[in-house]
Design a protein around this ligand. Structure first.
Ligand SMILES: [Zn+2]
Length: 281
């Protein structure tokens, strides 16, 4: 699903302006898409064929509603949705051009490698990426590889539902190896209101956000810390969550998983060889 497609002349047409009898094409895979939705559901495009390897085709309604929810928090015209960056061959979910910020919404599984590649690609053209992870897959008891990787990188979570209701939020949680320990209620974040973090005093457990993100948002943990709105208990949890030992534990887990993966690969290679020779025989 997506919010933009091209018409036969190659012009970008937002879903809100598309007409049912017209032909439209995906800007990513060029496959044919059709419009649906209307009175009760936000209009969006869907792919006619599902066998294409296209990231737009796999997007869910939750993804689209989260994009739209972020957009509505900003003054009209500040946000561009599904902006194409041909120089790096990517389409960004939500772009705040004035601050060179990209909000990448993630509802489906993603590897640490893919996150690193997207951050690097957008970084090359001068954009910072804030990851918005959806509750449908993330912020569960066990941390995913993506969440481990993002633990000390700018990211928030969201519970926005298929009706578009919900919030972007910043939870207080601590890593206990690959399990998450939650503390208190999550804090709603206003993405439309950001502050430069350079020059503000370093806060234990949140310092990495200043170094990497260079800005923070109204209502997030940095903002609350600077306004002295966090309890001593939460401050202690944040301080503890940033300790290196938990990062080390994650690296050990990742190393073990790689070995496990390697063994599986060797096993399947040997099995293939055996089957091939058996067939020839
Ligand atoms: Zn496509």
């Amino acid at each position: 699903m997506q919010l933009f497609a091209k018409d036969e002349k190659g012009t970008d047409i937002p879903a809100s302006k598309a007409q049912r009898e017209h032909s439209y094409f995906c800007p990513e895979c060029t496959g044919p898409v059709r419009i649906r939705g209307g009175r009760h559901r936000r209009k969006h495009y869907y792919h006619l064929s599902h066998d294409r390897l296209c990231s737009r085709a796999g997007k869910t309604l939750l993804h689209i509603q989260t994009q739209l929810n972020i957009e509505t928090g900003f003054p009209p015209g500040d946000i561009t949705l599904e902006k194409r960056f041909p120089e790096i061959n990517r389409i960004a979910d939500v772009v705040l051009e004035s601050k060179k910020i990209i909000f990448e919404v993630q509802c489906s599984p993603i590897t640490a490698k893919e996150i690193a590649e997207r951050n690097r690609d957008y970084g090359k053209i001068g954009y910072k990426v804030i990851w918005i992870l959806h509750d449908s897959r993330y912020n569960k008891e066990r941390l995913t590889e993506a969440e481990h990787f993002l633990f000390t990188l700018p990211h928030y979570f969201t519970n926005i539902n298929s009706e578009g209701e919900g919030m972007i939020y910043d939870p207080v949680s601590r890593r206990n190896f690959d399990r998450r320990e939650r503390y208190g209620s999550p804090f709603p974040v206003n993405l439309a209101c950001s502050f430069p973090a350079s020059g503000v005093k370093t806060f234990p457990g949140l310092h990495y956000r200043e170094q990497i993100g260079n800005f923070y948002f109204e209502g997030d943990l940095c903002d609350l810390a600077y306004k002295n709105l966090l309890s001593e208990e939460l401050i202690e949890i944040l301080r503890d969550s940033s300790e290196e030992k938990r990062g080390l534990a994650y690296r050990v887990i990742l190393f073990c998983k790689r070995i496990q993966h390697g063994i599986q690969n060797i096993y399947s290679a040997v099995l293939t060889m055996f089957l091939e020779s058996a067939c020839k025989g």
